[in-house]
Design a protein. Structure first.
Length: 481
């Protein structure tokens, strides 16, 4: 941040602490030696605001006196805090130091020359009254005076060049160099706006408060770990449950906003887990954490979101009308699972663990950055004791949902029997817990797609029954009692 530029105070009029004498204006004191027009800035101070001790008649380092921004003293004090140089001491600025040295040298010769020329005047007067004073001495004094004026002219040229350089320097805004450990400030970014915007989704992404999303995703994982540890161990809800609701509520609000704004997906969570939503969610959450994205990660994540957003749009628009909803759901989930896999290749281990702690990874609904967020609400637990029990209960479920008569039951039973056989003993040995494993939902969904295809191919259905079956997206997940 650059400091605001302030105007120098009017003048330095404090008497010289050594001589206790007053001061005079630069134009009056050294008009011939250093001609400076009133109003011309010298080190950011008007020429008519510079004063010198009357006694010294010098611009030496010890006698130049200024006042600037409330500081009074020698030239170093007066220039302290000068907004043009942005230095604590004039000696830190090479350009100012050059000027100071030139001014000091000029002052030295000026004072010496004035003194010698002053002594020449009585000599001339004496010579006019008394011819005993050798004319050769007078001529010598005149030659010395001429040499000193020549030297002074050369110094004046150097001084003018230094002043011109400083004036040019003052016209340019100062650049503060960052010290070790300093990080240049990035342009201010509105955290409520999306980090990445994709064609066709500009308005939808802009409708979401990404600052709210980022805060929730930053706070929720450690709280969800406490919840998972308690419920998976069969314990009551932990005290953190209330805090979870506090941060989950805004996420639900933003997910509904996304769906209403036109972000497509299966249900509210399908909109929430859209590729364009996911990459913005990750960027917003990590921005508020201690492991933000690097510039390279930012660019890679933006491109990743673009590629999967284009692929997701093509998937949504590529279906024929008779493609069952469940097939669309499972393909949507598969795309989002691939997105997460590629996302983890862009992120570092610390960033992945921040978003997906190992205690939550693979659990539907609580693994926020995963396809499990979308699949979790679609899971329908089917409790059973034996395979025969599983087949019987599932047949009854389909017969009731489709309104099938007894004539269609044998074909339905056969299709369900084949479906049940697709689950191995290990899968069917698992008892239901507080949270579904996402991989179990995926496997159950794939098996159910085959079941639907078998029913459509072998069971006599009316057009209305076929429509009902194709519209079904609930996933039956068997669990042993």
């Amino acid at each position: 941040m650059r400091a605001a530029r302030t105007s120098p105070s009017v003048r330095c009029l404090r008497p010289d602490p050594l001589t206790r004498r007053g001061t005079r204006k630069l134009e009056d004191e050294l008009r011939l030696a250093v001609p400076v027009q009133p109003g011309i800035e010298l080190l950011g101070v008007k020429a008519h605001e510079i004063d010198l001790p009357a006694r010294g008649r010098s611009l030496g380092l010890g006698t130049l006196r200024l006042r600037h921004a409330g500081f009074i003293g020698n030239h170093g004090d007066c220039l302290k805090g000068n907004p043009i140089h942005r230095v604590r001491n004039i000696m830190r600025s090479p350009l100012s130091l050059a000027l100071a040295l030139l001014v000091g040298i000029a002052g030295f010769f000026l004072g010496w020359g004035v003194g010698r020329s002053a002594r020449a005047e009585p000599a001339r007067a004496a010579a006019s009254r008394n011819d005993t004073v050798p004319r050769a001495h007078v001529e010598q004094l005149r030659k010395e005076l001429g040499r000193e004026k020549e030297k002074l002219g050369k110094l004046q040229t150097k001084l003018d060049a230094a002043l011109a350089a400083i004036e040019k320097h003052n016209e340019e805004p100062p650049q503060e160099k960052p010290t070790d450990g300093d990080v240049p400030e990035a342009p201010a970014v509105d955290p409520r706006k999306p980090t990445f915007v994709y064609e066709g989704m500009e308005e939808a992404l802009a409708a979401i408060d990404w600052n709210s999303v980022g805060q929730s995703v930053d706070h929720l994982p450690p709280l969800l770990v406490k919840l998972a540890e308690a419920l998976l161990a069969g314990k009551p809800y932990p005290p953190e449950a209330g805090e979870i609701q506090r941060w989950n509520g805004p996420l639900v609000t933003q997910a509904l906003t996304a769906m209403q704004a036109g972000v497509k997906g299966t249900g509210v969570n399908g909109s929430f887990s859209h590729p364009a939503m996911t990459v913005n969610l990750v960027a917003s959450a990590l921005r508020q954490s201690d492991v933000p994205l690097s510039e390279n990660q930012d660019a890679a994540l933006e491109e990743l979101g673009r590629r999967f957003t284009v692929e997701e749009k093509a998937r949504q628009e590529g279906y024929a009308d008779d493609v069952p909803a469940l097939e669309r759901v499972m393909e949507e989930a598969a795309l989002k699972a691939r997105l997460v896999d590629d996302l983890e290749k862009v992120l570092g281990t610390g960033q992945v663990n921040k978003l997906r702690p190992k205690e939550l990874r693979g659990y539907a609904m609580i693994d926020i950055v995963s396809d499990g967020v979308m699949l979790g609400p679609l899971a329908r637990p089917v409790p059973f004791k034996t395979r025969a029990d599983l087949q019987k209960n599932t047949t009854a479920r389909f017969a009731k949902a489709l309104g099938l008569g007894d004539d269609a039951r044998p074909a339905l039973e056969n299709a369900v029997r084949v479906w049940a056989q697709r689950f191995d003993d290990e899968f069917l040995a698992v008892k239901q817990k507080a949270f579904h494993r996402t991989d179990r939902i995926r496997q159950a969904g794939a098996n159910q797609i085959e079941l639907q295809r078998a029913i459509l191919a072998t069971v006599p259905l009316t057009d209305a029954q076929k429509k009902t079956l194709r519209a079904s997206s609930g996933i039956l997940v068997p669990y042993r009692r």
